[in-house]
Design a binder for this molecule. Structure first.
Ligand code: F6P
Length: 369
């Protein structure tokens, strides 16, 4: 009987997904004689039993393509919008898995996908995962694929903003993605030589940023570049939310996440509001660039192609061994399987004592605190 493995891509798309699908499919097929089928649009495709056969022809010529040939969605197995209702469709997915006689299912995704995949593992399916996201916030791995490509795009944006900010003697604020964590902003800020870098992990004081900009002006530097992560919040907003949560006796071991949920409405206007405050406090013309989905689009960097290929090929080897319930992870120079229950414990935030935060401080880059 044919040995069949399923694969799906879920959550926000990321450069490197196709490279990973290709590596998994080719290794499973050439080395171990498995056939791979790909469910369309994440967990929804599994629920609706929509899939394509990932034969050699389908796996060719996709290494450099951005996005995912399978399509993606943010649907969750246990909270799926169906016919105007939100339903638990886990059972339908388990049924389709068995109907197709799958030996296992490989899920490529970020933190949310890891949780959904773990949910299906607990429902009895053989699950393996790969960590993908431009946010680099998945616990258990040093790095996720997609991050390097997004970092290059964000860094190029910082580079390009320098000349226009300098010509017009302006403050330019660049907002990066990153969801609730600051890896992308921190590294793009450092790589691009930003003057101010603001992260969700370090709530900022607008006064301190204005002061840093004015100090630069006094030193004869007539422009400033601020890189702000989309999840960064001012101390005033952060402290207010924290106080509210404390009086509500919120039981939460992840306070930062709870606070971020609380200030969601601020986050929708964050960067524009910051620009208004800084313009008022520094008297300098200020402009905003919100990079958005540009950071997720297009061909993966060479580093992401290598990472996706290495993770994918190694995943196929583990699958052939019959090892299930793991995420393939990067640890130093190794690729290792990490149990899913360890991965789903939270988010990988930038630690306050991270060496890059220290280096930025030592070099006089303002972190808004
Ligand atoms: O998780 C990847 C990411 O690009 C985040 O950086 C961002 O906050 C989010 O997805 C945007 O999601 P969507 O594409 O659904 O708007």
């Amino acid at each position: 009987m044919e040995k069949l493995i399923g694969i799906l891509t879920s959550g926000g798309d990321t450069p490197g997904l196709n490279a990973a699908i290709r590596a998994i499919g080719k290794t499973l097929n050439h080395r171990y004689g498995y056939t791979l089928i790909g469910f369309n649009d994440g967990f929804r495709g599994l629920m609706e039993n929509r899939f394509i056969h990932l034969n050699d022809e389908r796996l060719s010529n996709i290494l450099t393509a951005g996005g995912t040939i399978l399509g993606s969605s943010r649907d969750k197995p246990n909270k799926m919008p169906v016919g105007g209702k939100t339903l638990d469709m886990t059972e339908a997915m388990v049924e389709n898995y068995h109907k197709n006689h799958l030996s296992g299912l490989i899920c490529l995704g970020g933190g949310g996908t890891q949780k959904n995949a773990y949910h299906l593992a607990k429902a009895g399916l053989n699950i393996m995962t790969l960590p993908k996201t431009i946010d680099n916030d998945v616990v258990g791995t040093d790095v996720t694929f997609g991050f390097d490509t997004a970092l290059s795009i964000a860094t190029e944006a910082v580079d390009r903003l320098h000349s226009t900010a300098s010509s017009h003697h302006r403050v330019i604020i660049l907002e990066t993605m990153g969801h609730r964590v600051g890896w992308l902003a921190l590294e793009a800020g450092v790589a691009g030589g930003a003057d101010v870098i603001l992260l969700p992990e370090l709530p900022f004081d607008e006064g301190k940023i204005a002061e840093a900009i004015m100090t630069r002006t006094k030193q004869g530097k007539r422009f400033s570049i601020v890189v702000v992560a989309e999840g960064a919040v001012p101390q005033s907003v952060f402290n207010k939310a924290k106080k509210q949560l404390e009086t509500m006796n919120v039981e939460n071991d992840d306070m930062l996440k709870a606070i971020q949920n609380q200030v969601e409405s601020y986050l929708s206007v964050r960067t524009v509001r910051l620009a208004e405050v800084l313009e008022k406090q520094t008297g300098k013309e200020t402009r905003v660039t919100i990079l958005g989905h540009v950071q997720r689009g297009g061909t993966p960097s060479a580093r992401d192609r290598v990472l996706s290929t290495a993770l994918g090929a190694r995943c196929a080897q583990e699958v052939a061994k019959g090892a299930w319930g793991y995420m393939m992870s990067v640890r130093g120079t190794e690729i290792v399987p990490v149990p899913l229950e360890e991965v789903v414990t939270g988010k990988k935030y930038v630690p306050e004592d991270h060496y890059l935060i220290q280096s930025a401080r030592d070099m006089g880059i303002c972190l808004g605190i």
